[in-house]
Design a protein around this ligand. Structure first.
Ligand SMILES: Cc1cc2nc3c(=O)[nH]c(=O)nc-3n(C[C@H](O)[C@H](O)[C@H](O)COP(=O)(O)O)c2cc1C
Length: 184
């Protein structure tokens, strides 16, 4: 199993990468799957402007979409590290999802969110969005508080109990990724 830990924010001053690296440090202790940090910022995807939806055609005009397509295609499951902007996911992550279709199909995902209201609304937003490209989101969720799991809302310092939830989340994502591989 190859699981991608996908960042959910691209702004220069984001805290997202600290959270993604923490998830990766926990995941890397496992031997039942390989984990890779997939930073959407690295792909420099332009604002979505494809003439035809990926649901219809797997051929992209933006040259930046090809490496993004190859990366998502190569993965069996995902952990989305989710920032919440105005009760939803960030536009950068939304575009990154919208670019592709088949590459996401019949794979599993887990959500690690944070925010002043724990990123719960963004997580619910993401679950609905991912239902269209057929990504199954597991029930366990890591939901962290911008005021208590970060110092000064900028330095990530998670409460120790979150680690147990990450492990449970990974268990579920690996189990569902393994199951869904059989129908691809
Ligand atoms: C445009 C904007 C909207 C935001 N809206 C919400 C929100 O609706 N709910 C929430 O919990 N936090 C909200 N926040 C606070 C973010 O959770 C916080 O800024 C966090 O650091 C964002 O993640 P990032 O630093 O990785 O980009 C918002 C932040 C921004 C910049």
């Amino acid at each position: 199993m190859k699981i991608g830990i996908i960042t959910g924010s691209t702004r220069d001053s984001r805290v997202n990468l600290q959270v993604a690296e923490w998830v990766k440090s926990i995941a890397e202790k496992r031997t039942d799957a390989d984990f890779e940090l997939v930073d959407i910022k690295d792909y420099n995807l332009p604002k979505f402007n494809e003439p035809i939806t990926a649901i219809m055609i797997r051929d992209y005009q933006a040259s930046e979409a090809k490496p993004w397509s190859d990366k998502i295609d190569s993965l069996d499951g995902f952990i989305f590290v989710l920032a919440e902007y105005n009760k939803g996911i960030t536009s950068g992550l939304k575009d990154a999802i919208d670019y592709l279709y088949q590459e996401w199909n019949n794979k599993a995902a887990g959500i690690v969110s944070y925010g002043s209201t724990l990123g719960v609304s963004a997580a619910n937003d993401l679950r609905l969005i991912l239902s269209v490209p057929k990504v199954a989101t597991v029930g366990t969720q890591v939901a962290m508080n911008l005021f208590t799991d970060f110092q000064d809302m900028s330095k990530f310092n998670p409460a120790p109990f979150h680690q147990k939830t990450v492990i449970k989340l990974l268990d579920e994502v690996i189990a569902w990724s393994t199951a869904l591989k059989t129908i691809r």
